[in-house]
Design a protein around this ligand. Structure first.
Ligand code: FES
Ligand code: FE
Length: 333
């Protein structure tokens, strides 16, 4: 199986829940143009191409058909498609027979953690990540606006699970250059990915120019193949932050000019009256440090099936070595 065939089988974030309040959202996933929309209580994902004359459905809007059914309305001739992608109504000829092929074949779509997840497969594998919920008492959270990085999702997943770059790439934010040592990590396989954890130094800091106090914290990662990770940072037993990320491949995994949509939300159980804007902005600044180094990598996509063959591993590459082996296993299955 090639890498794209493997990747098509999994779930990916397509949009944040609140983005659908303004109407359908367009996205590209593994080179396919999709539209996601909220139709009544249901989220749907369709190919972004009307079966009549090919107009982009993402430029349309959700309206009710005369019988009250929520429909996605094509912006060209107004063909109404129901949540199953079936043609339901044409205002220019009400009651006329509408062939099924005028509609579209829906993709798998579901809502979880205020994120719309989609899969290009009718029977996705791997499941959705089980993330710490944020819509509960004693939790504070924010979602970052989805952002495109011009680097492959395998590179981003490896980086998010990498510890050895903290003291260098993040020396201007939370990394502690005076404590560059990465202690031995423990890594275990799970049903759909990896769990790995370590105690490490970082700087306890909430703004880029705020006071920076060196502390030791636990970094605990739950990675779900291929591109979703939750990092639990325990500053103390009762002071925990969860960073939840998932990377949606917009282009083919073999594309030498890759693009990835980066989704992220943070949750914490402390400082519940704190400044969410400062917390959000600090995280965005940290991510920018990562983006700059990742977009400098060549090749920007790891060739997962031969992938990174001319790169060498370090002893600290505990996750990335296991991750690349896992990819090879998926490709060989
Ligand atoms: Fe969509 Fe004609 S192209 S209704
Ligand atoms: Fe980083």
């Amino acid at each position: 199986m090639n890498a794209d065939d493997v990747a098509r089988r999994y779930w990916y974030p397509a949009a944040l829940r609140h983005q659908l309040d303004d109407g359908p959202v367009a996205l590209t996933l593994l080179g396919e143009a999709l539209v996601v929309a909220l139709m009544g209580d249901e989220v749907v994902a369709f190919p972004d191409r009307c079966g009549h004359r090919g107009a982009a459905l993402s430029n349309g809007e959700v309206q009710q058909a005369p019988d009250g059914t929520a429909c996605l309305v094509c912006p060209y001739h107004g063909l109404h498609l129901d949540a199953g992608g079936r043609p339901a109504h044409l205002p220019a000829r009400p009651g006329s027979r509408l062939a099924r092929r005028l509609g579209v074949e829906p993709f798998s779509a579901t809502l979880r953690d205020d994120i719309v997840w989609v899969s290009l497969d009718s029977e996705p594998v791997g499941g959705l990540p089980e993330w710490e919920p944020h819509g509960v008492p004693d939790r504070l959270h924010f979602q970052l606006a989805p952002i495109v990085w011009n680097v492959g999702p395998t590179r981003i997943a490896e980086n998010f699970n990498d510890l050895a770059h903290f003291a260098t790439v993040h020396a201007g934010s939370f990394g502690d250059p005076t404590h560059p040592i990465v202690p031995e990590e423990t890594l275990l396989p799970t049903d759909n990915g990896f769990r790995h954890w370590v105690y490490m130094h970082q700087l306890d800091r909430v703004t880029m120019d705020g006071p920076a106090v060196p502390i030791e914290v636990e970094f605990h990662y739950e990675h779900v193949m291929p591109f979703a990770t939750e990092l639990r940072i325990s500053y103390a037993p009762d002071r925990i932050e969860w960073i939840q990320v998932a990377f949606s491949p917009m282009t083919s995994l073999d594309d030498p000019e890759p693009a990835t949509m980066v989704f992220q939300q943070n949750v914490r159980n402390f400082d519940l009256d704190g400044d969410v804007t400062a917390w959000h902005d600090f995280q965005a600044a940290v991510n920018e440090e990562d983006r700059v180094i990742l977009e400098s990598i060549r090749p920007r996509a790891i060739a997962v099936d031969g992938h990174g063959a001319d790169e060498s591993a370090l002893a600290v590459d505990v996750f990335t070595s296991a991750y690349r082996r896992a990819w090879r296993t998926l490709l060989d299955a």
